[in-house]
Design a binder for this molecule. Sequence first.
Ligand code: NAD
Length: 329
Amino acid sequence: MRVLVTGAAGFIGAHVCERLLARGDTVLGLDALERAPGDVALRRSRLARLSGTRGFTFLAGDLTDAARLHEAFALARPEGVVHLAARVGVRAPDEEAPAYADTNVTGFVRVLEGCREAKVAHLVYASSSSVYGAATPAPFREDAPVDQPLNLYGATKRANELMAHAYSHLHRLPTSGLRFFTVYGPWGRPDMAPLLFLRALARGEPLVLHAEGRMRRDFTFVDDVAEAVLRVLDRPPRLTSEGPPHRLLNVGHGEPVALGDFVGLLERHWGTKARVTSVPAGAAEMASTWADPSRLERETGFRPRVSVDEGVARLVAWYREWTGVARGT
Ligand code: NAD
């Protein structure tokens, strides 16, 4: 299959590209690289692992640049699109709100337009567990009400789901929105808790824990997430009497873990005790996230399966190799 992957230099994007290439697909990866905030060196390292792989082409480009996106579609001639590029993070500074909307909302419409024009067979796009609100009954099911997001990022992801539904309805464009739950693993995001914690542990610095570690997250290992993306990509939804070819799927492990317990696992695998500083939880934070992954399993035969213990062991092994720090002391 010819696949256009946006956000290809990102954490999940690089893992998805690797898997697509390993099975012989042709991939055009698009990413804004240094034009997006975050760790550019890490993005370049992820890309370096992909470049040179047969079937892979990279195009540096921003979703807010309509001409560049058009060029990406023309070059890729995609049968499938995996859209992962986004402004990420639930704690968006207020002054960055317009930039979130530019990339996550206007950029998303451009991707939808590109898919419509190119008659793409399936668009798989990243939504988020952040669409669920504080009042959602746990475990979160896809049919739960999602009209009370706690942060702008979650609101943009919900907007994506609604826009994808409209395009599927109007243009019969098959679309699948994946609600990812706290993804972690090798080549992960330095702004997210797993790597923030690990870095503090490795440097012997205080580790900042919200709400005394009682918040719970449904940590989902990145290999499981990449596998889920491919399984979904291969199975576009169909137009039925019940509605347009659009669906929403949780991609989560289904076993929430308290952040304090996650730190405990990191300590065990790293080999040192953390120095913990506790701070109150922010208003943008959910107290708990918990996926019901049964719809994904029903539709694809797959459910995330890497245990948090194994996932943390693999994260720590990668971190040692990546940083060259042999082990905790
Ligand atoms: P990431 O930040 O590592 O990757 C996103 C990539 O998008 C980056 O490489 C960045 O350079 C690129 N990008 C940002 N703005 C861009 C723009 N305007 N044009 C082109 N490229 C741009 O994030 P990730 O963790 O790999 O997340 C991938 C997707 O999954 C995102 O849509 C994110 O919202 C979603 N998601 C992630 C998680 C998680 O736990 N990691 C959870 C829920 C949802």
